[in-house]
Design a protein around this ligand. Structure first.
Ligand code: SF4
Length: 260
C-alpha cells in the first residue's frame, strides 16, 4: 500500500511500512539542480521548507557539525532535529562538546547506540581491538558500531544533512550539496558545507565563538572513535589521522558510501 504525504512543494511516496520509494530524484529533479548552486543559508531554508520534520542533521561533534548547528539555529531556533551515533568508543572531548552544544542551543540530541548483542558477539569472536588486525575486521566494527545504527537513524527520515566537505579527503572530493543516498533507500542527503574550506570553518567558529571539540586544538583535524584517530602533522591530509594504518582510499567507515 502506498501512502502519499504532501510537503509544500511536491509529494513524497512512502510504502505502508514507512520506507521511502526510490523516487526522490524524479520528484525533485528540477529543484535539485538549482539547489546545488544555493548558498549554504538558502540551501538550509530550502531543505527545511521541503522536508521538516522528516529531516535531521547528523552530527559527530567535529568542527563542521558545530558550524552547521549554529547556522541552522539562526534560522530555526531550537526547532530542528539532530542525531548522533555513539559507537561506545568515543573520546571524552566529544561528549563534552555534545553537552556544550546541548546547553548553548537548547536542543535535544537523538543518540543511537549499536545493537548490544551484535557488539557482544563481535568482541567475543575477534577481541576489543579487532580493527587493528585487518581492514575486514575494521569494517566489521564500523558496520556494527556505525552503519547499522545509522540505518535505524535514517529509517524515519526523508532527508539527512551532514558536515561533509570536498576538501577533507580523496574519498570526498566529488561530494555534491544535494545527493540521493541510494545506500539508504533513496533518502535525500544534503552536504551544505561541501564547498567550504577548512579556513572558512575556523573563521566562522572563531568569529561566532561557538562550542567546538577541543581535540581540534591538539592536532586532530578529523575526529572519530578514540582507538582509530590520532593527531596529524600540519603537512598531512586532514583525514590522515583516521585509520592511519590503512591506505587513504579505504579510510571511510561506510556512512558515506556512494553506489554507482
Ligand atoms: Fe570501530 Fe574504529 Fe570504526 Fe569506531 S572507527 S566503529 S572503533 S573500527
Amino acid at each position: 500500500m502506498l501512502l502519499t504525504i504532501r510537503p509544500k512543494a511536491a509529494s513524497i511516496e512512502i510504502n505502508g511500512d514507512g520506507n521511502r520509494t526510490p523516487n526522490m530524484k524524479e520528484k525533485f529533479s528540477n529543484e535539485f539542480a538549482s539547489a546545488n548552486a544555493f548558498s549554504t543559508p538558502d540551501l538550509l531554508a530550502w531543505a527545511f521548507d521541503r522536508f521538516h520534520p522528516r529531516l535531521a542533521l547528523a552530527c559527530s561533534f567535529q568542527a563542521e557539525g558545530s558550524v552547521l548547528i549554529d547556522l541552522v539555529h539562526r534560522q530555526r531556533g531550537s526547532d530542528f532535529r539532530v542525531f548522533t551515533l555513539d559507537t561506545g568508543r568515543l573520546n571524552q572531548e566529544t561528549y563534552d562538546c555534545m553537552e556544550a552544544i546541548r546547553a548553548r542551543y537548547g536542543i535535544e540530541i537523538e543518540v543511537f547506540f549499536p545493537n548490544a548483542t551484535q557488539v557482544e558477539d563481535m568482541v567475543r569472536q575477534h577481541g576489543m581491538n579487532l580493527f587493528y588486525d585487518s581492514i575486514e575486521q575494521r569494517k566489521l566494527c564500523c558496520s556494527v558500531r556505525k552503519v547499522e545504527p545509522l540505518k535505524r537513524a535514517l529509517s524515519g527520515l526523508d532527508c539527512w544533512m551532514t558536515g561533509l566537505r570536498r576538501e577533507q579527503a580523496v574519498t570526498r572530493n566529488q561530494a555534491q550539496k544535494v545527493e540521493i543516498d541510494h545506500e539508504h533507500g533513496g533518502v535525500v542527503k544534503l552536504n551544505p558545507l561541501a564547498d567550504w574550506t577548512g579556513r572558512q570553518i575556523w573563521d566562522y567558529i572563531r568569529q561566532n565563538r561557538i562550542p567546538y571539540n577541543r581535540l581540534h586544538d591538539r592536532g586532530y583535524p578529523s575526529i572519530g572513535c578514540a582507538p582509530c584517530t590520532r593527531a596529524v602533522q600540519a603537512v598531512e591530509d586532514s583525514r590522515a589521522g583516521r585509520w592511519w594504518w590503512e591506505k587513504p582510499e579505504t579510510r571511510e567507515c561506510g556512512l558515506h558510501v556512494k553506489s554507482a
